[in-house]
Design a protein around this ligand. Structure first.
Ligand code: UD1
Length: 385
C-alpha cells in the first residue's frame, strides 16, 4: 500500500515519528511537509532528533492568513497526490495542514486516515475545532484515542471506519522520554533543579490575539511560587510586542540562565527562552513541579509523565485528564493561574488511571491499514445525509 503522509506543524512531527517508522515497515510512505512551521527550532530539529525521514516533498507554504495558508497547501498537496497516486492519505490532529490534506484527498476520492480523530472543544471560534470537524467528516478511517471520541463521532453520525487505537502521543512519550533523560542537558543549561521550577507554553490564538488574556497569563506566570521556564512560540513573541506587553520580556541587560540560555529578570519569575526541541521539552516537563499550558499535546504529555497540569484555557478536548484530577482549567485569569500553581503539588497523590491506551497506537494503525488493503477499494459512500 502506498500512503502519502501530510505534516506541517510542530506537533505533527512528534506524532509522525512513531507512525512513520511503523508505516515504513509494512507500506510505502511518501512524506509531504507543507512548510506551515519553518524555523529550525519549530521544524528541522524534530526531524533530526526523532529520526524522521526527510520529507519527500516540501511545499514551503509558510505563514499567512488562514485562507491564504490553507489555499496554498491545497494547491500543493493536490499536485503531489495527482503525481504520486497514493492508496490513502494520512493526516494528524487539527492544524491547517490537516484540513488541507483532508480536502485535497477527499476531492480526488483518495481515502483519508485521520490520526487523533474525534476530539472536540465545542468552541467553533478555535481554528483547530473547525479543522477537526471538517477533517473527521471527510475521513474514511478515524483513529481515535479513547471511547469518548468514539461516542462523539457516533453523536455526529460517524460510526464506520472508527478505530480506538489509543493516543499516538503516548507512543512518542514512551519512545522518547527515556532518550530525553539520557541525552538532554536542558536543566543544566537553564540552571534549574528537578522539581524546583514550572514549565509553561502559550500559543493559542484565543490567548495571543486578545491583549487582556495574554496580559493575564503573563502576570499569573510571573506570580507563580517558583521560576517559570517559558519557551516562547514565535506567534506569542510577536503578540507580546504587538500588544505592548514588553515589560514581561526580559530586559537586554538582565542576567542569563546558568548555561547562558534564556534570561532571568531579578524581579520576575519568568525565564523566557527560544522554542525547544522535543527531547529538551520532554526532559524539562518530566522534571517540572507542574506544567502550565494552552497546548493540547502538552496536557497529555503532562499526564503520561505524571506531572500536574494547569490549562490556560476555559475548555479542553482532553477532558479525561480533568476528570482524573490531574488537569485544572484556569483560563487566563492572573490570580487563578498563580493560585493553581501554588496548589499544584496536592495532585500527585491521586490515582493515575490509564486514559489513552498503552503507547502502541502506531503498530495498531499500521496493522489496520494493512488489513484494509484486502478490502480495496474502500467504501467512500457515507451514512451521514
Ligand atoms: C499551529 C496550529 C495549532 C498547533 C500549533 C503548534 C493551526 C490553525 N494551528 O498553530 O493547532 O497546536 O501550530 O505550534 O494550524 N511562525 C514562525 N516560525 C515558525 C512557525 C510559525 O515565526 O516556524 C509564526 C508565524 O508568524 C505565524 C505564527 O507563528 O504567523 C503562527 O503560526 P501558524 O502556523 O499560523 O500557527 P500556530 O500558532 O503555530
Amino acid at each position: 500500500m502506498r500512503v502519502v503522509t501530510i505534516v506541517g506543524a510542530r506537533p505533527q512531527f512528534i506524532k509522525a515519528a512513531p507512525l512513520s517508522a511503523e508505516l515504513r515497515r509494512r507500506h510505502e510512505e511518501y512524506l509531504v511537509h507543507t512548510g506551515q512551521h519553518y524555523d529550525d527550532n519549530m521544524s528541522d530539529v524534530f526531524f533530526r532528533e526523532l529520526n524522521i525521514p526527510p520529507p519527500d516533498r516540501h511545499l514551503g507554504v509558510g505563514s499567512g492568513s488562514h485562507a491564504a495558508q490553507t489555499a496554498a497547501m491545497l494547491e500543493g498537496i493536490e499536485k503531489v497526490l495527482l503525481e504520486v497516486k497514493p492508496d490513502a492519505v494520512i493526516i494528524y490532529g487539527d492544524t491547517n495542514s490537516t484540513v488541507a490534506g483532508a480536502l485535497a484527498a477527499a476531492k480526488l476520492h483518495i481515502p483519508v486516515a485521520h490520526v487523533e480523530a474525534g476530539l472536540r472543544s465545542f468552541d467553533r471560534r478555535m481554528p483547530e475545532e473547525i479543522n477537526r470537524v471538517v477533517a473527521d467528516h471527510l475521513s474514511a478511517w478515524l483513529f481515535v484515542p479513547s471511547q469518548v471520541s468514539v461516542r462523539q463521532l457516533a453523536a455526529e453520525g460517524i460510526t464506520e471506519g472508527v478505530h480506538d487505537v489509543g493516543d499516538i502521543m503516548a507512543d512518542s512519550v514512551r519512545l522518547f522520554a527515556p532518550l530525553a533523560r539520557e541525552r538532554s542537558d536542558v536543566l543544566k543549561r537553564l540552571g534549574v533543579e528537578p522539581g524546583g521550577y514550572f514549565v509553561a507554553t502559550v500559543h493559542r490564538a484565543a490567548n495571543t490575539d486578545d491583549a487582556e488574556r495574554l496580559a493575564g497569563i503573563l502576570e499569573g506566570l510571573s506570580n507563580a511560587p517558583r521560576p517559570v521556564v517559558l519557551p516562547l512560540h514565535p506567534r506569542t513573541r510577536a503578540a507580546i510586542r504587538r500588544h505592548g506587553l514588553e515589560q514581561y520580556l526580559p530586559s537586554p541587560d538582565c542576567g542569563r540562565g546558568a548555561g547562558g540560555e534564556g534570561f532571568r529578570d531579578a524581579d520576575k519569575n519568568l525565564l523566557i527562552i527560544e522554542p525547544l526541541g522535543y527531547l529538551d521539552i520532554l526532559q524539562l516537563q518530566q522534571n517540572a513541579a507542574a506544567i502550565l499550558t494552552d497546548s493540547g499535546g502538552i496536557q497529555k504529555e503532562a499526564y503520561y509523565l505524571g506531572i500536574p497540569c494547569i490549562t490556560l484555557r476555559d475548555e479542553t478536548e482532553w477532558i479525561e485528564t480533568v476528570e482524573a484530577g490531574w488537569n485544572r482549567l484556569v483560563g487566563a485569569d492572573a490570580e487563578r493561574i498563580a493560585a493553581a500553581a501554588k496548589e499544584s503539588s496536592a495532585v500527585i497523590d491521586r490515582p493515575h488511571p490509564v486514559l489513552y491506551g498503552d503507547g502502541h497506537a502506531a503498530e495498531r494503525i499500521a496493522a489496520i491499514l494493512a488489513d484494509l488493503c484486502g478490502s480495496w477499494p474502500p467504501n467512500l459512500t457515507c451514512d451521514v445525509q
